[in-house]
Write a protein that binds this ligand. Sequence first.
Ligand code: NDP
Ligand code: PYC
Length: 342
Amino acid sequence: MSVFEAQETVALSIDEVFALSRRVLTGAGLSVPHAEAVARAITAGERDECASHGLYRLPGCVMTIRSGKLSLDAEPVVEDASPALVRADARHGYSLLAFERAAPLLAQKAKAVGVAALVINNCFHFSALWPEIEQLTEMGVAALAMTPSHSWVAPAGGRKGLLGTNPIAFGWPRPGPYPYVFDFATSAIARGDMALHDIAGKLIPEGWGVDAEGRPTTNARAALDGAMLTFGGHKGSALSTMIELMAGPLIGDLTSRESMAFDDGAKAAPMHGELILAFDPAIMGGGDAEANAARAEALFAAFADQGARLPSQRRYKARARSLKHGVRTPKVLYDQIQALGF
Ligand code: NDP
Ligand code: PYC
């Protein structure tokens, strides 16, 4: 349920969300290719009712643009590094354009050798991972993506920020338009969602964060100023640490702690790397790809048999609704975006 459920809203079509995002981003100085890649991600988030990674992100993008740290017109350099490795240097631009430019080669390599990796380096990253995963499943490959962020999250047993909110997302191509996709932070909740709780004056459950003194809190502001906690205790903490390593030192890029140091109080989006793996079901499955796909479908069907839903089902329902009726954005957010003056 949205934290803004009871608030006054403004109705927008999907095209209006994109146009508004593009206008603000180019108005703030971002080059057109970057602005359009970012606007596509923001529009997808708003369309799928992912409030923490939709229009809510626009004021933060403007802050990142004004920080002086982001390259506003960086041309990503895509390198065919080995038969199974694509490297994209975002050159301190946003991650999304680098991903869009490199993703077709990643899928092509996975289809040639079975499994391939895309390493994105030196990118500012603020977006949800599922739009990237869906682009890859549309190309017929299964995919796994992960990225650090800023060190807002305490490790299990600790009380101070060290790990990022570190999202991990996976996608499996299915017949029809809706792949199996999950995408979540390894913190108990994304920081964006924690901030939305703060803005809405809504309490957070115990276990999401501790205050600046390390005491458990149900106050979102106190947890944002203190430290967030991982989901699943030591399990989320270890998974988050794996993401720090795999999408950090393994690919020659920054950990969340180093990203925070790079930021140095500018309050820009985190700057680090991203790792995306792609798998070709035909090569990896060896024998009968159709039979393997049917067995995956049988697994998904068994969820429904016991009344369980698949991850992304809520999003896909929201998408169908938004494409038909448009979206409703909190008026307070809409006014904040208009007040940016672009
Ligand atoms: P959630 O805790 O809401 O988990 C989201 C995932 O779990 C979605 O795939 C969701 O599907 C699925 N899900 C939720 N409830 C159920 C259920 N009852 N049954 C089955 N599946 C369910 O989200 P988070 O707060 O952890 O993350 C939100 C977003 O924040 C992600 O998209 C992530 O990429 C982004 N993020 C980005 C970061 C970055 O650095 N770029 C950092 C951290 C987070 P559905 O959507 O259909 O509900
Ligand atoms: O919501 O945790 C988050 C987040 C961090 C960077 C982008 N989103």
